[in-house]
Design a protein around this ligand. Structure first.
Ligand code: AOF
Ligand code: ZN
Length: 337
């Protein structure tokens, strides 16, 4: 049985990944497969936040509902037990008379967290848990991290010169030093679409006048957050005048701001600078991934890049820029980011 369960769970994981994080977030990517008599009779995955869960789509794909009464459903994540944007999948499984459920990983989200499995078992359904558990968790490092630590996943991102500066010394009338390339900038915009929120400090807003939108990549606009405890932001800056939502936060510490963001349902935040704000996340140990892009250009003097202890990174080179990905110690599923 074990080997067979593993085979179908692998397929469910494949389906889960079809969706793409930018489409499902803040929800997880989830896949489901329905098997009867050694044959797959239904498949589905969660396509987009707010739409049907994986189980709903898999069940809907089965040609004859009678077949469900003698089938097994494989799901990468514990079926939900709560009324969220959609009704509980565990209830649907019970109503459809599916006699066996195989679950990859439990759901750390507090409204579900074990209750889905309990609801199924209480209804007399045979439930097997923990099949390819690590692989299933690794599909959703952001969702798993956010709900286990009860704070959003934090990505820190900056570009620096070969001699370690993120910008030259200049006044706001001059443009920022151009350290990324057109291609790496486009990829950064893709990263933006994969986060629920983008954050910058007030000094960066004053000096760079950024938009913080993913305009070079199709997809959603994440929430925009400016950390501004002391400074006032120029009323005519892009963030305040482009008509898109923006929050100016007066939180006293980055931990306090993460708490506020998690409470409003934000599961990931991309921190784009400046150096002081990035350093405060590093010093507090509140980060999961850092993406550091190093250009071959030298600036000679300027604003120093944040300091990172020597930890291993995975690197790649695009154009002539090296991009290092640092990952928090103990983080799960990182190879899949
Ligand atoms: C999903 N897709 O396939 C599964 C999920 O607000 P709702 O109703 O969409 O519920 C979202 C929660 O449901 C999510 O945080 C997770 O705990 C659970 N399972 N979610 O988006 C799915 N199975
Ligand atoms: Zn569900």
């Amino acid at each position: 049985m074990m080997e067979i369960d593993t085979r179908y769970m692998k397929r469910a994981i494949e389906l889960a990944r079809h969706a793409g994080l930018a489409n499902t977030s803040p929800n997880p990517m989830v896949g489901a497969v329905i098997v009867r008599d050694g044959m797959i009779i239904g498949e589905g995955y969660h396509r987009r936040c707010g739409e049907g869960h994986a189980e709903v789509n898999a069940i809907a794909s089965v040609s004859d509902p009678e077949l469900l009464k003698d089938s097994t459903i494989y799901v990468t994540l514990e079926p939900c037990s709560h009324y969220g944007k959609t009704p509980p999948c565990s209830q649907l499984i019970i109503d459809k008379g599916i006699p066996r459920v195989v679950v990859g990983s439990l759901d750390p989200y507090e409204k579900v967290s074990g209750r889905g499995v309990k609801m199924l078992r209480d209804a007399g359904i045979e439930v097997t848990t923990g099949v390819l558990e690590d692989e299933c968790r690794a599909v959703n490092p952001v969702f798993m991290t956010a709900h286990s630590l009860r704070r959003p996943w934090v990505t820190l991102k900056w570009a620096q010169s070969a001699d370690g500066y993120i910008d030259r010394l200049r006044d706001p009338s001059q443009p920022p030093a151009q350290l990324s390339t057109p291609l790496t900038a486009t990829l950064m915009h893709r990263q933006r679409t994969m986060h629920d929120a983008i954050m910058a400090g007030s000094s960066t807003v004053i000096s760079d006048n950024p938009s913080l939108t993913p305009r070079l990549w199709p997809g959603r606009n994440p929430k925009r957050v400016i950390m501004s405890r002391h400074n006032s932001i120029p009323a005519d800056c892009r963030l305040l005048t482009d008509g898109l939502p923006v929050t100016v936060s007066r939180s006293g510490s980055v931990a306090e701001e993460l708490e506020r963001l998690y409470a409003e349902g934000t599961t990931s935040v991309l921190v784009e600078g400046g150096a002081k704000l990035l350093q405060s996340f590093i010093d507090a140990g509140l980060w999961d991934m850092m993406r550091v892009e190093t250009s071959p250009l030298t600036l000679g003097e300027g604003v120093k890049a944040p300091k990172v202890d020597k930890i291993p990174s995975q690197s790649l080179t695009i154009d002539n820029n090296r991009i290092d990905y640092f990952v928090r110690d103990g983080l799960l599923g990182v190879k899949n980011l």
